[in-house]
Design a protein around this ligand. Structure first.
Ligand code: HEC
Ligand code: HEC
Length: 341
């Protein structure tokens, strides 16, 4: 229920009483699924509120955040693909340009503190500046977005509700976007149901799970399916435009060809795979691990020993990966465009 402020005034000997709604943003808690580690304190400087989340959602789906109106965040981060770009190695951006990396899924971001494939950004607020301003993505600048949104009555109301005054600033835009994306928690896949004893794996999925624990778990650590480290998993660098990953951020030579270990949650719907989207199927990914590992100075030591898998084992492993699909997350109207819920 809305809190109301009672304002009483004596005017001309008559007591007037008015009820003024107190639009105090409603604090909400990030849901932490049972058995998960504590999330990073990503909302410490940006308290998570219902109104902030709703504003962030509106901004996420709003084309006006891009120069020509055609590239909202959601154009590259599609809910049906766990907020990755479905079926494209690189995503379309402004003026027919393409991104240089594959758009990752946006999920469980509060359990990470280094965003992008190379971990270039330590916060969600700082990360969001890069797609907005990149010439090949949204090609816009924050001041210009502020001017566009300032004239919009609905935004004025939403900023007031979220931040206490109708002032629209770039900092508030970034904060609201961070609240929305930070709230995208996915933890209701079949795998999760099985762990809670509410469902069971079939025999192929169960064998796949055992193989996963044997060969993949060391980097794709449960329950997040990443250990948040940066590693070289033996992909052959592109000969035309090689991407050396983490070294570009740290300048440390031993970080060459290392990329962030991605979560495998919802991996059944986020194809294509890897930082450059080179593999269009999980089958191809598994072939890579079993027979495509490229040796180099920074190849992860865990992958020095070949992962021998026979055809049935490859099949079982793939079946297990599909149990990580969380259809409630992919269809949750709260995460969809405003107006759909
Ligand atoms: C033109 C396509 C495109 C648009 C538009 C876009 N992104 Fe992205 N996004 C990407 C790509 C590609 C990456 C990976 C970049 C990299 O690793 O260098 C990415 C990475 C991210 C990440 C890092 C996720 C992680 O796990 O590290 C976040 C968060 C994100 N985007 C949020 C947003 C938000 C918020 C917007 C709107 C303000 C947005 N993106 C607009 C393509 C896009
Ligand atoms: C030594 C650590 C390590 C091991 C072991 C490992 N991976 Fe990976 N995995 C990575 C890294 C790092 C990437 C990202 C590489 C890149 O894009 O450059 C990755 C990417 C992936 C991707 C692509 C996900 C996406 O969103 O694009 C899949 C799928 C995957 N691994 C599955 C597996 C499976 C299955 C196994 C076991 C057979 C496995 N991995 C073992 C480190 C590892």
């Amino acid at each position: 229920m809305k809190k109301l402020l009672t304002l009483s005034l004596m005017i001309g000997g008559i007591l007037w009483t008015t009820l003024i709604p107190l639009d105090k943003p409603k604090l909400i808690k990030l849901p932490v699924p049972p058995g998960w580690p504590e999330p990073y304190a990503i909302f410490n400087d940006n308290p998570l509120t219902e109104e902030g989340f709703l504003l962030g959602r509106k901004l996420f789906y709003d084309g006006r955040l891009s120069k020509d109106g055609n590239f909202p965040c959601a154009s590259c981060h599609e809910q049906k693909a766990a907020f990755a770009t479905f079926d494209h190695d690189f995503s379309h951006g402004f003026g027919g340009a393409f991104t240089t990396r594959n758009a990752p899924a946006l999920q469980n971001l509060a359990w990470s503190n280094a965003y992008n494939w190379d971990g270039a950004f330590p916060t969600l607020e700082s990360q969001a500046v890069s797609p907005i301003t990149a010439a090949n993505e949204m090609a816009e600048d924050l001041d210009s977005i502020v001017l566009k949104l300032r004239t919009d009555k609905e935004y004025q109301t939403m900023f007031r509700k979220a931040f206490g005054s109708k002032e629209i600033t770039s900092t508030r835009i970034l904060k609201a976007l961070a609240q929305f994306s930070g709230m995208l928690v996915s933890a209701s896949s079949k795998y999760d149901q099985v762990l809670m004893g509410k469902d069971s794996f079939n025999s192929s999925e169960q064998r796949g799970y055992e193989l996963f624990k044997l060969h993949c778990e060391s980097c794709h650590k449960e329950p997040l399916f990443t250990d948040n480290s940066f590693r070289n998993n033996g992909l052959k660098p592109d000969t035309h435009e090689p991407d050396y990953g983490r070294v570009g951020v740290t300048g440390v030579v031993s970080d060459s060809l290392r990329f962030r270990v991605p979560s495998l949650r919802n991996v059944g719907v986020t194809q294509p795979y890897m930082h450059d989207g080179r593999f269009y199927s999980l089958h191809k990914v598994i072939e890579h691990y079993s027979s495509g590992i490229q040796k180099s100075a920074t190849l992860d030591s865990i992958l020095l020993k070949p992962i021998a898998l026979d055809p049935r084992e490859k099949y079982d492993l793939e079946r297990f990966l599909y149990t990580l699909t969380d259809s409630t997350f992919l269809t949750n109207p709260s995460f969809g465009p405003p107006g759909a819920d």
